[in-house]
Design a binder for this molecule. Structure first.
Ligand code: CTP
Length: 403
């Protein structure tokens, strides 16, 4: 059964080779578990000099495998079973020595043997001194691995444990997790056309003033990017934001709720999925003053009228898989369920606003609801959350067989 959150439900073997970055493997294992993966750790003997198997056992919730010829471990889960068990093998940190051994097909310890014996995708996160990384031997070994379809993740540039600065740092656990998420996202929306709205709208009061809200557009843009990564053809109808258009996405820039409604109506017919992440203004000034309003009187009243509810219109007029967002300060699930039913949606992604989450923030957490179902997406950066949401949308969309 494919996972609903990319990494969730997947079986990941984390291989740890000897290097100071092995301390980050603890965090990696913790995060993988938190994201719902099942994790088994394989360590090289030199990795155990940097971090204890006990730590990784506690974090993974499984015994750590360290020796190829350990009768007790082989009796529980032998290296061939482990190789078959894995949906992915992620070696992090991957030392220069490990990379050299695996590129030559050596199988002189449990980790390299497992890497030869598995048919699961192999991800390698190099971590070493910058000179070792730049060495032609290491570079050549890495090209050999890439030619064989091994995915190299990193290394990153920056300050190193040896005091030098350059390329060779292991990618952070969050980036490694995100790479696995992208891998499993690939193709889940192939052949689909997805329409996304994002950002705020701007409703003019007079030629120099307007009403808007705090939406940055980050969530909608991340959703558009994740949909494109999932293989969809994506059109993004965006209110005014500072963000760059994600690669592979077609952006239509709009300003007002009325412009957005018009652009959506023009696009929705040719789409399969509509995701309404925009913070559309609910009201606009009844009339826009032709000239700048002068401050003659101590009080000023603006008369407002309702804007068109783009999402509700699409849901009622078009047979598309329709996903709404609900930003709430309280009673999250109840209000969101109400919107799901009232607007006739297939799915709603609800988030609490405030405390570093939601509007204009970098992180988000979502409670995703649909008729008879619910899934919580843990707090993470918006790109990670978006990938999980797209995986879930793809799953529900394919399950419903909506055209
Ligand atoms: N939406 C829309 N057009 C509008 C208003 C909202 O398409 N004119 C969409 C948003 O993109 C979002 C969802 O509707 O997907 C939010 O629902 P809504 O009921 O408008 O939420 P709130 O604005 O928070 O409304 P309320 O004040 O009722 O909570």
């Amino acid at each position: 059964m494919p996972s609903v959150t990319g990494v969730s439900g997947r079986r990941v073997v984390v291989g740890v080779s000897g290097g100071i970055a092995a301390y980050k493997s603890a965090e990696l294992v913790r995060r993988l578990r938190q994201a719902g993966a099942e994790v088994r750790v394989v360590m090289t003997p030199s990795a155990t000099e940097f971090i204890t198997p006990l730590t990784l056992q506690a974090l993974s919730g499984n015994p750590v495998h360290t020796h190829l010829l350990d009768p007790a471990a082989e009796a529980a889960m032998g290296h061939i079973e482990l190789a078959r068990w894995a949906d992915a093998v992620l070696v992090a940190p991957a030392s220069a020595n490990y990379i050299a051994r695996i590129s030559h097909g050596l199988a002189d310890d449990l980790l390299t043997t497992l890497c030869l014996a598995t048919q699961a995708p192999l991800f390698v996160a190099p971590a070493m001194n910058r000179v070792m990384w730049a060495h032609p031997a290491t570079q050549q070994n890495c090209s050999v691995l890439q030619q064989r379809g091994v995915q190299l993740l990193g290394p990153a540039e920056g300050e190193q444990a040896c005091g030098e600065t350059g390329a060779g740092r292991m990618l952070e656990p969050e980036a490694l997790l995100a790479s696995l998420g992208v891998y499993w996202l690939h193709g889940v929306l192939a052949g689909c056309r997805v329409l996304v709205t994002a950002g705020p709208t701007r409703e003019s009061i007079d030629p120099v003033r307007y009403i808007t809200n705090h939406s940055s557009g980050k969530m909608g843009y991340a959703v558009a990017e994740a949909a494109a990564a999932a293989g969809a053809e994506v059109v993004l109808v965006s209110g005014p934001t500072e963000l760059a258009c994600p690669e592979g996405v077609t952006r239509i820039a709009v300003e007002t709720a009325a412009n957005m409604a018009e652009a959506v109506q023009a696009q929705v017919e040719r789409c399969n999925i509509f995701i309404s992440a925009a913070a559309v203004a609910d009201y606009r000034p009844l009339s826009v003053e032709a000239k700048k309003i002068k401050k003659h009187s101590p009080e000023l009243s603006l008369q407002l009228e309702r804007t068109e509810d783009i999402l509700a219109i699409v849901a009622s007029q078009h047979d598309r898989f329709t996903v709404g967002f609900a930003a709430e300060t309280d009673n999250l699930e109840q209000y969101a369920r109400d919107k799901l039913a009232r607007k006739g949606l297939d799915m709603i992604a609800a988030n609490l606003v405030g405390a570093g989450l939601g509007f204009n923030a970098d992180d988000n957490a979502l409670t995703v609801l649909w008729q008879g179902g619910k899934q919580y997406i843990e707090r993470a950066d918006k790109k990670t959350v978006a990938r999980q949401l797209i995986t879930l949308i793809a799953e529900r969309y394919h399950a419903q067989g909506t055209s």
